[in-house]
Design a protein around this ligand. Structure first.
Ligand SMILES: C[S@@+](CC[C@H](N)C(=O)[O-])C[C@H]1O[C@@H](n2cnc3c(N)ncnc32)[C@H](O)[C@@H]1O
Length: 254
């Protein structure tokens, strides 16, 4: 364990607290176990529905089609997998992998409601040690998941491992707003409004406080791009959505 948080800027932080890596994974699981039932409604409330547009853009970038194997890591309640399914049609083979049973439970219930129960593989697993063979998937996606992972670089190497040569990697994540005025307005909103919505609607201010702090600790766009390259991905690029509130990073396994 690295006991110096300065040398280890995001890996061992849980919100504003410095914790051991093992502790962090358990705490993150606790947060998502606790918010799972209110997760979808909270997403709409906190982002004013914008998360739907970001996810639509993300999946458009993936350009889903039938006949490919998709892995959506930190897939939670299924928002990305369901969008891939809608675009790719019945021939797509889609696996959702998430650390938290309760998020997958909510996702499965949603799939049942849409008549899609048998159309997805639901797997409980950690992005840092994926329970899948090497060179297995054509597409790896992770949306609003990477910032919660304890060892980001380990997760990126796992992504590269499970992708087939030529397979594509996509990450959608909260990122960093460059514009100073916007950044201040966004900071005020995140610091004050989101935990209050969390307290009122989900009765869980602490979990939503963690979500805000985890956004602040996440690497900047250029830094994450470099780390994708260091993990063995090629043709790495990123683009900002909503002035950098979120960014899409992509790459390819050579
Ligand atoms: C903010 S939610 C995102 C869910 C979904 N991708 C979406 O966009 O709505 C983050 C998800 O990451 C999962 N998660 C956190 N750490 C993880 C890890 N190490 N491996 C796999 N999933 C993880 C959580 O359980 C949670 O479901």
């Amino acid at each position: 364990m690295n006991s110096n948080p300065k040398k280890d800027p995001e890996r061992n932080w849980f919100g504003e607290r410095h914790v051991s890596p093992d502790e962090k994974t358990g705490l993150v699981q606790g947060v998502f176990g606790s918010v799972s039932d209110s997760y979808d409604i909270m997403n709409d409330l906190m982002s004013g529905g914008l998360h739907r547009l970001w996810k639509d853009s993300f999946v458009r970038r993936i350009r889903p089609r039938g006949g490919l194997k998709y892995l959506d890591v930190a897939g939670g309640t299924g928002d990305i997998a369901f969008r891939i399914k809608k675009k790719a049609g019945p021939e797509a083979d889609i696996t959702i992998c998430d650390l938290t049973h309760d998020m997958l439970r909510v996702g499965r219930d949603r799939a049942i409601d849409s008549g899609w129960l048998d159309d997805f593989e639901w797997t409980c697993g950690n992005a840092e040690s994926l329970p899948f063979p090497d060179n297995h998937f054509d597409v790896y996606s992770i949306a609003f998941g990477l910032r919660n992972v304890t060892h980001i670089d380990t997760a990126l190497k796992e992504a590269a491992r499970v992708l087939k040569p030529g397979g594509r990697f996509f990450c959608l994540e909260f990122s960093h707003v460059e514009n100073l005025f916007l950044s201040k307005a966004y900071g005020a909103y995140s610091n004050h409004i989101i935990p209050e919505i969390g307290a009122m609607v989900a009765k869980d201010e602490e979990s939503y406080q963690y979500l805000i702090e985890s956004i602040k600790k996440f690497p900047k766009q250029q830094d994450l791009a470099q780390r994708l390259q260091d993990s063995g991905l090629k043709n790495v690029s990123f683009s900002n959505l909503s002035a950098g509130i979120v960014a899409i990073h992509q790459g390819m396994k050579p």
